[in-house]
Design a protein around this ligand. Sequence first.
Ligand code: PLP
Length: 288
Amino acid sequence: MNEVVYLNGIFLPLEDARVHIEDRGFQFADGVYEVIACIGGTFLDMELHLERFYRSATAIGISPPVTKRKLGELAHQLYLRNAHLENATIYIQLTRGRAPRSHIPPVPNRPTLALTARKLELPDDTAFTQGIRAITIRDMRWQRCDIKSIALLPNVLGRMEARRSGAEEAFWVDNNGHILEGCSSNVLAVIDQTLVTHPLDNHVLGGITRHLCLQLAKHHGIAIQERAWHPYEAGMEECMVTSTSWMLLPVHCINERQLPSPGPITQQLRHWLMQHLASLSKKKTILP
Ligand SMILES: Cc1ncc(COP(=O)(O)O)c(C=O)c1O
């Protein structure tokens, strides 16, 4: 299998792609990233992902070396060059580039831009029926979780803790016990027939799948509240996670609390999401 990647202006085999030891991504995790799903050649919400990517880059003062449109084209070309992939995630990483190790970066800097493609295993009906188990852990991340930073050590440790506990995801909780989000997912609950999720602020990443699911729910007349909530709230009926890789999966257990899974609203949402994906794959690839 010939895996092709993009690095600083050229497409090349994965095995030949090299980044310098003094790249600030390696030295300081000084960079941002994005993950976009491509389903049978159609990118899901490409424009929203690119907007978030440029917003993250701007927030930490890195200018991407290509325009948004060009980056969309690169992602598309990369997908086509990895002909073995049907459904894929395109991973985009931008760092502040190579420089002698010092906290203060040189001006100007030459950012490193890398794109990779890998197989996307969309959860099938069995995975959906099975759902996932989650634990809660105290939030120990920085105060700008709205930036999609490559500094993911807390998320890695959170996932390791989940794995040790026999769970698939760890949910960050704040000092008041409110659920913020998962290590790589947003978390939505159904409380008294209302879809509830933490509002968009600096404690959560504005997930593109979260956005899509809220849009679909709204369109179909489901009540939505973006507010703080905790996992032992009276009236809590269902819980689910959303992300580009998982799309939408029910949560059947948070810590020791068992939940009906998949609950009826979670099932409805999955149905609408699958319909949406099917309608997209009938269209031609949409570039920004
Ligand atoms: C911390 C965090 N929250 C939420 C998400 C879900 O975002 P999206 O739906 O855009 O993949 C991710 C995805 O990686 C994430 O890392």
